[in-house]
Design a binder for this molecule. Structure first.
Ligand SMILES: [Fe+2]
Length: 142
């Protein structure tokens, strides 16, 4: 596997793994049941991405990273649930951009291309959906 592609796929893997942790911690803290279920659903999605990315890397001759990215600690360092949710949405946006970068260096067709294209779509949708849910579910600030 192209080492640059392996590196960026592993960066995505480490980031999704950090996302699982961040969502787990946050879901344990929010009081609204509906918001908590939303976060738990996102966490399931991130867990699927972790196992799918690891399988994709090893099936194509790479070595999946065992590390976890620094994102969860950054989320946990913020004082309010609102700020943490906002950082989560920015994190999904960052992953969507990194996925586009990975797509640009991936083969133009085949399983890696198809997986990354679907992952980019999901993350763009999650950014918007996440922001929309926060508007609906969090009480007004003041
Ligand atoms: Fe993600």
């Amino acid at each position: 596997m192209d080492p640059r592609l392996e590196q960026i796929l592993n960066l995505l893997l480490e980031s999704e793994r950090a996302g699982v942790l961040a969502l787990e911690e946050l879901a344990g803290e929010v009081e609204q049941g509906e918001l908590r279920r939303f976060l738990q659903g996102s966490r399931q999605e991130e867990m699927r991405n972790v196992s799918d990315l690891a399988a994709l890397i090893s099936r194509n001759g790479g070595t999946p990273s065992q590390k976890t990215g620094p994102f969860a600690a950054k989320v946990a360092a913020l004082p309010t649930v609102r700020e943490r949710l906002a950082l989560l949405a920015r994190g999904q946006e960052w992953v969507a951009r990194k996925t586009e970068e990975a797509l640009a260096i991936a083969p133009k067709s085949g399983p890696i291309h198809d997986y990354l294209a679907a992952m980019a779509n999901r993350h763009r949708a999650e950014v918007e959906w996440g922001r929309a849910e926060v508007i609906r579910l969090l009480p007004p600030e003041n």
